[in-house]
Design a binder for this molecule. Structure first.
Ligand SMILES: *Cc1c(COP(=O)(O)O)cnc(C)c1O
Length: 213
């Protein structure tokens, strides 16, 4: 591998938003085990359609912004919620997970650029959030996720990936355990892996262009 990293150290989340069930089935037949969705309702419908058809080893990841009124359903549907960015949301997830007798695996989404209404906690507030989440019994933080700004080239995005890794390293030095770094999409996953990604989220490069029509 170009980055000189062990391929088994990087997992692939196939992003299936807008993708039809038949194509998801094909991807799973080809060996994909992690599926990423960004809308709770869309995921619910797909999971219902595919119920009983996918191996038990398939897991679904929530990668989009999670509204707090959808937290309960998200806990029912997803093995991993990658987009937690507030203690309020984490506490809700904790409550529903506790009721369901589940420990919900999550990532904390970090916002590395201003503008827009991007989900994510700022680096300055990360430690306080991790500390708060650490007190919850039914939520397990496994790492960090980020969505960099849309830029021209993958090289332009590299500093954002590097930054998330540095933030993770600093948090680990402070005692938090954050083995997962979810970063890299179709246009930039190679650069993300070079910068330490352990989980890439790839849609278009697997399924082709999305049709939102
Ligand atoms: C859609 C999406 C992806 C996949 O994007 P591609 O460019 O199609 O690979 C990855 N992460 C998130 C959070 C997304 O919403």
């Amino acid at each position: 591998m170009r980055a000189g990293r062990d391929p088994s150290a990087v997992s692939l989340v196939a992003v299936t938003k807008t993708v039809a069930a038949a194509s998801i089935r094909e991807a799973v037949d080809a060996g994909v085990r992690l599926l990423g969705e960004s809308r709770v309702q869309e995921a619910r419908d797909k999971i219902a359609v595919l119920a009983g058809e996918l191996p038990d080893t398939v897991s679904w990841h929530m990668i989009g912004r999670l509204q707090s009124n959808k937290a309960k359903l998200a806990v029912q549907l997803f093995d991993m919620i990658q987009s937690v960015d507030s203690l309020d949301l984490a506490e809700r997830i904790d409550r529903y997970a506790s009721e369901a007798g589940k420990v919900q695996r999550i990532l904390v989404q970090v916002k590395l650029h201003g503008g827009e209404t991007r989900t994510g906690v700022t680096p300055e507030r990360l430690a306080a959030l991790l500390e708060g989440i650490g007190r919850l019994n039914s939520v397990a933080v496994e790492g960090l996720m980020t969505i960099p700004p849309l830029l021209e080239t993958a090289e332009d995005v590299r500093p954002y990936f590097r930054r998330l890794r540095e933030i993770r390293d600093r948090a680990e030095a402070e005692g938090f355990r954050l083995p997962v770094l979810s970063m890299g999409m179709s246009g930039d996953f190679e650069v993300a892996v070079e910068e330490g990604s352990t989980m890439v989220r790839v849609g278009t490069a697997i399924f082709g262009r999305r049709d939102y029509g």
